[in-house]
Write a protein that binds this ligand. Structure first.
Ligand code: UD1
Length: 340
């Protein structure tokens, strides 16, 4: 507590608040009346995605002294940590960068929080920790499996770091949200997903194809053991996901958490195939998607979707946006980008 300044309002520090999920969460936090401070190094985030009412520091949280300076200056009561590398394929090529960046940054964050008396953290984890589960849908009790990529492994390792740290820091509250597949954009089309270069993920590749930026979408495999042969995922609207962070932070600030390390699945509870998603997009937008079935992508799992009972009951949160609306928003965002 010694370092804390006696200043006015308590603020929420959003690390990676200029990125895809971070920026949407900042919009929801500010809508909910919270004061927000953002740190982002703008490597994959974008200055235009920074909410005008948030205070912004450009910098890298792998730099511990920079991060601590922000803790020193601002009256932070909770942190949401999105700032990490997340490209699965790249992580296979650059394992050390992924381990160094994703693990060090989390450790800097929790050490800085302890030093400056900040008690509450919400962390971005992923359904990747389940791998190809034997039983679907996955609950929080489903055993984690060995990760397929260094990226996935950093998520599992970060969860373990939080769990072990929480054991000895009984006054601190750590909460991990295991996101399924976040897609879509803010309905205002002010913010959305903006990958640099060729997108790795399905929706930005799809919308760029429909926009004529890419000639064709490759569907990675139709020989999986699923009804139409293409892989199944649980696609969660990014605004619904952002709202899950608002309630998770509230849970910690209001002392409603049942343990000082908790984790929740954040998905819709519905599995949708790649081909099913393409059909839903065409129906929602009236646009035709030019796609071709190609071979499987290395490291892809066949199917995963969430049991969200725990988040529904404990966080009082539920995915609400219908998939057609999510896909229409993704397309609206792509069109807005074309006009910029
Ligand atoms: C992956 C990671 C997930 C991570 C997320 C972050 C795994 C198993 N999953 O999700 O943990 O949080 O990235 O980015 O490591 N697809 C195509 N054509 C494309 C792109 C994708 O058919 O051009 C298919 C994929 O085969 C997959 C689905 O679309 O079935 C979704 O792919 P993607 O958006 O890349 O997400 P995941 O691989 O599920």
């Amino acid at each position: 507590q010694g370092h804390r300044k006696e200043s006015k309002t308590m603020k929420i520090l959003v690390l990676g608040g200029a990125g895809y999920i971070g920026s949407h969460t900042v919009y929801e936090l500010i809508d909910a009346g919270e004061e927000v401070v953002i740190i982002d190094n703008l490597e994959t985030g974008h200055a235009e995605a920074v909410h005008p009412d948030a205070k912004f520091y450009k910098g890298d949280i792998s730099d511990k002294s920079f991060l601590n300076e922000v803790f020193q200056k601002e009256n932070i009561e909770a942190v949401i940590h999105f700032a990490a590398l997340k490209a699965v394929g790249e992580s296979v090529q650059k394992p050390l960068e992924y381990y160094r960046n994703n693990l060090n940054s989390l450790m800097n964050v929790i050490a800085g929080m302890r030093e400056f008396g900040v008690k509450n953290l919400v962390f971005s984890s992923s359904c990747t920790v389940y791998g190809q589960a034997d039983v679907l849908p996955v609950t929080e009790q489903t055993p984690r499996k060995q990760a397929e990529s260094p990226y996935g492994n950093t998520k599992a390792m970060c969860e373990d770091i939080m769990r072990d740290f929480a054991k000895v820091e009984s006054g601190m509250n750590l909460l991990a949200l295991r996101y399924f597949n976040p897609i879509g954009a803010h309905p205002s089309a002010l913010i959305g997903e903006l990958p640099n270069g060729v997108p790795n993920n399905l929706i930005p590749f799809l919308t760029q194809t429909v926009a004529g930026i890419r000639p064709q979408l490759s569907v990675f495999g139709d020989d999986y053991n699923t009804p139409d042969g293409s892989p199944i995922r649980d696609y969660i609207d990014v605004v619904d996901l952002a709202k899950a962070h608002v309630v998770a932070i509230r849970r910690l600030l209001d002392g409603k958490n049942k343990a000082n390390y908790e984790y929740f699945n954040i998905g819709t509870g519905n599995g949708l195939s790649v081909l099913g998603l393409i059909k839903a997009f065409e129906k929602a937008t009236g646009e035709k998607v030019n796609y071709k079935i190609v071979g499987r992508r290395a490291g892809d799992i066949e199917k995963v979707w969430a049991d969200t009972t725990l988040a529904n009951q404990e966080l009082g949160w539920k995915a609400e946006v219908p998939i057609e609306e999510t896909l229409a928003n993704a397309w609206k965002w792509q069109q807005a980008l074309m006009k910029k």
